[in-house]
Design a protein around this ligand. Sequence first.
Ligand SMILES: [Zn+2]
Length: 310
Amino acid sequence: MRPPTIAILAASVVTLLMPGLDAARAQDKGTLNPQPLPPLANPDDPRLAAKQLFGRKTKPVPLQARAIGFYNRGCLAGAQALPINGQTWQVMRLSRNRNWGHPKLIRLLERLAEKAPKVGWNGLLVGDLSQPRGGPMLTGHASHQIGLDADVWLTPMPDRQLTREEREEMLATNVVRADRRDIDPAAWTPAHIGIIKATAKEPEVERVLVNPAIKKALCRDVKDDRGWLHKVRPVPGHNYHFHIRMRCPAENPDCRPQEPPPNADGCGADLDWWFTDAVLNPKPPAVPPQPRQLTMTDLPPACRQVLVAP
Ligand SMILES: [Zn+2]
C-alpha cells in the first residue's frame, strides 16, 4: 500500500487537471457552423460562472501580454493566435477558437513544429491552447486559462493540408492499450518519443503531461540522455494528446508559478502506483463530486479588467 498522503496528493493532482474531461474533449468533434452563444440575461450576477463570461469573448485584449493567475484560475491579456497553418503544423477544431496563447507559447509551438521533422515527427496537429482572453472554458479543461498550456495530438500531421471539415471531424490516435497498463505497440512509434523529448527539452517547458502508460514506455525505452524525463508527468487521460505547460514568464509577476516537478525521473514506485487496481479501476463514489463553478471572485481581480476591456 502507498501511504495515504501520496493518494491524497495524487487525488489533488487529478482534481487540478480534470483529466477525464480533458481526455474526453480531445475526441469531441467540432462543427463547421459554430453558433454564437445567446447573450446573458444577467451578466453582472456575481454567482454567474466565469466560464459563461470568458466563453463569450471572441477577441483578445490588445494590451501587453500578461499571464494572470494560475493555470486553472486565471486569464490572459495580449493573447496572440497561432496561425492555423504553418510549414509543419496545423490547428485542429477551429470552431472552438482556442488557438490563442501568450506570445511565448506561440513562439514555442512554432519552434517545436520546426524541430519536429528532425526528430522523425512529420509536424504538429495542435489542439486547444486558450480562449482569446483565457479564463475558464464552457467545455473541457480545468487549466488552459492563462495562455501557457497547449495540447498536441499524438497523431503526426499528414502530408497534406487538412480541410476545415477534417479538422472538426478527425479523431486523434489513442496510443494506450485497452487495459491502460502499457502503450499500444500498433500505435506507438519511436517518433512519439522523439517529439515528447524535444518538447520536454525546451527550457521554458516546465511539464509535459502524458498518460501513465506513456510515461512507463519512456522510462523503459529511453536509454541515455534521461535528464528530461522528470518533466514528463503521468496524469489520467492524455492518451490521444500530450499537454505542454510552460513556466510563468519572468516578466509576468501576476502569473502564479506551479511547484517545479521533482528532479528524480519519476520512474519508480510513484509510477507503479498508477497501475494499481485501486487507481486503474476505482470504485465510483456514491455521490459523484460536483466540480464547483468558478466565479469572477475566484479569479485574480485583474481578470475583471481583462474581461471588460473593449
Ligand atoms: Zn491540455
